[in-house]
Write a protein that binds this ligand. Sequence first.
Ligand SMILES: [Cu+2]
Length: 208
Amino acid sequence: MSTTWTTRLAALVAVLFLGLGVAVGVACSDDDDGSGSPTAVADPDPEADPSAEADPDPEADPDPEASAEPDPEPDPEAGKGEVSPKSPDAEQLDVVLKEWEVVPASASIAAGKIYFLVTNEGPEDAHEFVVVRTSLAPDDLPIVDGRVNEDVVDIVDEIEPFLPDSVASIELDLPAGSYVLLCNIAEEEEGELESHVELGMRTAFTVE
Ligand SMILES: [Cu+2]
């Protein structure tokens, strides 16, 4: 009996050692493959080289882009606003854009040529100035993904997004009617969609 048990024990121990040995051997060879063996080096190298070459190149090319990215990060295409001269027969209407309001100096104006002089007071975001002709109230304009659906409303014209602390102008010949002045920018901010129009950048405007 005792002999049998001893034998079995010995066998067990042997198996254990064997197992350990195999495990260690595998572990070692894994390490070797991973870090030192020629085959391992050969694999990573080809992979590393192409990706290394590929990464630096795009990054090297985009260097100009990268230096350009910081400014545009909030609004990649926005630049300073541009002001065109006002026609002598146009009526001027000053408008302020800011977070989160569109504030015309007056809520109504006479029909005809209107020269909108629009200041983006930010303080942080680029804004655009969109003139929509609609009988809908500002809050009732159809919104998809944070933006007024420009396919289903009558966009008269717009000033493309421009940076804070700058001024832009647009001159429009507007017939009498109901309008909404708005900013239709929606962008991801820290994982959430920031809709300028839903935050309040829309206001009713009447041309008489
Ligand atoms: Cu805006």
